[in-house]
Every structure is written in structure tokens, then in C-alpha cells.
Design a protein around this ligand. Structure first.
Ligand code: SF4
Length: 331
């Protein structure tokens, strides 16, 4: 058995100083993934800095209709917050579909952004995995990869990003606030997640000890009529095979503005920019939606076991856009 030392941080600065000064240390928030990975010996920190008592749990409505969500706000609290339910329903739906009730009560928003992949080879220390041990290979490439990604992959890693919540946040152009030894900075959420490329072990552009302090969602009036659709093998507590976060602003049946992001199919929460480009200015009908979906999935890199995802993703996009369009027409 390995010994892991533990301290409880009382302010952001001391937490950042503690972790940045010790490469063997990690932050501990809700722990819903991290503790599993400690038990599996996948993560091997020498020291944990518990940040649960830092004053980062607030959910604040911002002037103009935006939101500032503290990194330690729990998923369940955010899903039920009035400002989220009314102004950003896709985020509330993604949070509610994202985990069991027990996990939602414990898991923090910042921790959700930092959660590791669910690839079974990553969690099995006897398997080759470039993300866990850089340069060791990728057992998933020729292994059981039915749940793996078809977009944003590399020859070094094809693990799917597991978050639902982050898909909605990517569609909403959220911004991540972080604090490190050199002060505070912000990152557009699309830049917060890195593609695996040649360095799948590096998932975020954070410096050692940088701590997420908040997530800001800018005012997005069209998001009042938004929708998160999750397709999975069973209807409870399961990761997405495919998901889509969609919002449409319509004018006389023509798409004035669109937001579309995908989960379950890519190595990061996937902003569907190819589809968005095709949809803007066109009529909001099934044929247009199907063309946009095909355009988004055109670069899909599939394997025999996960090839179905390219078709399923297209159908999911069409259905999510049809639902969002019906909501738009109804108002
Ligand atoms: Fe590791 Fe990524 Fe390959 Fe899974 S897909 S075994 S996480 S390198």
C-alpha cells in the first residue's frame, strides 16, 4: 500500500502554491473519478490538497443574462439553479443526464471539466496506454473500441471525452477562469480541451498547480430554446454513444444563428463548426439538417466496432436540431 499525505486548503493562493510547488501533488474536489483512479493505481500522487472548503461554490447571475458558476458548485445545484433552467436549459439537461443523483450531489463543476477518460485500457494498468504511460502504445486501436471516438482522433489515442456538461458549455461559448502562480487568466472552453495529437497525456493547457476557479457562460438569448439529446445503451447512468447540444434562432423559418456541439463521438467536447457553417442562413428543415449532419461527420475516422457512431451521430444531430427548431417556432 502506498502512503498519500493530505492537507486541506483554506484559500486559493495556498492551494495553488502547494500543488505548483510539488509535482507529486494533486487537487482533490468531489473525488468522484479521482478516488476511483487512485484505487486502481492509475493516478499515483504523493500528496492531495483538498480544495472543498475554498469559497468557490457560488452560482451567480451576471448583468445582461450571463452566469458565473464557481468551480466547486455541485452538478446537482447547477442543474436546478433557476438561471440555468430558464436561460440555459441545454446545460441543465446535460447535467441531469450526466451521472447518477448521488454522483451529481458530490461532483464539482471544475472536477467535471478535469475528469479523465473512460477508456477501459486507460484504467487497466496491465494494458498499453499512451495517455497513462506516454510512448507505451494504445491497446484500444485494435481492441474493444465500440465506445471510442471517430472525430479528433490520432494514431496515439482514440479515447472519447466523457463529459455531457462540457458539450453544452462548448455550445454556449463558456469561458474557464483559472488561477496559477502567475495570477488569474481565462480560457475559451474550446481551447481548454486539447486534441490528443502526439501528446495524449496532455489534456488541458494548464500549467502545474493552475486551479479552475469558475466557469462563465456569456449571455445567449437563443439558448432559452436549447436542447441536449443523449443517446446511450440504457436509459440510466450511462455514458453517451452520441449526444448533441443544439440551439437555433429562426426568422421566418430561416436559421439566423445556430449552436451545435457533440458528445460521445470525439476526443474532446466537439463544436460542430462544419455543420454550423452550412446551417446558417438556410431554411430550418430536415433536408438541411441532414446535409449539415453529413458534413460534420464527413471526416469521421471509424473502426469496424464503432463505425455505427457516424450514422448514429447524423441521426442524433437531425433530431436535436428538429427539437430545437420546434422550440424556436413555438415562441
Ligand atoms: Fe490509452 Fe487513449 Fe489508447 Fe485508451 S484510446 S488506451 S486512453 S491511448
Amino acid at each position: 500500500m502506498r502512503t498519500i499525505s493530505y492537507t486541506r486548503a483554506t484559500d486559493v493562493r495556498s492551494a495553488v502554491t502547494a500543488v505548483s510547488g510539488d509535482p507529486g501533488s494533486s487537487f482533490l474536489a468531489g473525488g468522484t473519478t479521482e478516488v476511483d483512479l487512485l484505487r486502481l493505481d492509475v493516478l499515483r500522487p504523493n500528496h492531495l490538497v483538498d480544495i472543498n472548503r475554498l469559497p468557490l461554490a457560488g452560482i451567480e447571475d451576471l448583468p445582461g443574462g450571463g452566469l458565473r458558476i464557481g468551480a466547486l458548485a455541485r452538478m446537482s445545484e447547477v442543474a436546478e439553479a433557476r438561471g440555468v433552467v430558464e436561460r440555459f436549459p441545454m446545460l441543465s439537461e446535460a447535467l441531469l443526464l450526466g451521472a447518477s443523483a448521488q454522483l451529481r450531489n458530490m461532483a464539482s463543476m471544475g472536477g467535471n471539466l478535469m475528469q479523465r477518460v473512460r477508456c477501459s485500457y486507460y484504467r487497466d494498468t496491465a494494458s498499453a496506454c499512451n495517455k497513462r504511460v506516454p510512448g507505451s502504445g494504445c491497446a484500444a486501436l485494435d481492441g474493444v473500441n465500440r465506445g471510442h471516438a471517430v472525430l479528433g482522433t490520432s494514431e496515439h489515442c482514440i479515447a472519447t471525452h466523457p463529459s455531457d456538461m462540457a458539450v453544452a458549455l462548448v455550445a454556449l461559448d463558456a469561458v474557464v477562469h483559472v488561477e496559477g502562480t502567475h495570477g488569474a487568466r481565462t480560457l475559451p472552453i474550446d481551447d481548454f480541451f486539447l486534441l490528443p495529437g502526439n501528446t495524449p497525456e496532455r489534456e488541458h493547457p494548464l500549467t502545474p498547480g493552475e486551479l479552475i476557479t469558475a466557469i462563465e457562460v456569456p449571455p445567449t438569448p437563443m439558448a432559452r430554446r436549447s436542447h441536449y439529446l443523449k443517446v446511450r445503451d440504457r436509459e440510466s447512468y450511462e455514458f453517451a454513444l452520441v449526444s448533441a447540444a443544439a440551439a437555433l434562432a429562426l426568422e421566418d423559418g430561416v436559421i439566423r444563428e445556430v449552436r451545435l456541439a457533440l458528445g460521445g463521438v470525439a476526443t474532446k467536447p466537439w463544436r460542430a463548426r462544419r455543420a454550423e457553417e452550412l446551417l446558417a442562413g438556410r431554411s430550418a428543415d430536415r433536408e438541411t439538417f441532414a446535409r449539415a449532419a453529413a458534413e460534420e461527420l464527413a471526416p469521421a475516422d471509424t473502426r469496424p466496432l464503432n463505425a455505427f457512431k457516424a450514422d448514429l451521430a447524423q441521426r442524433t444531430i437531425v433530431r436535436a436540431l428538429e427539437t430545437a427548431a420546434a422550440m424556436g417556432e413555438a415562441t
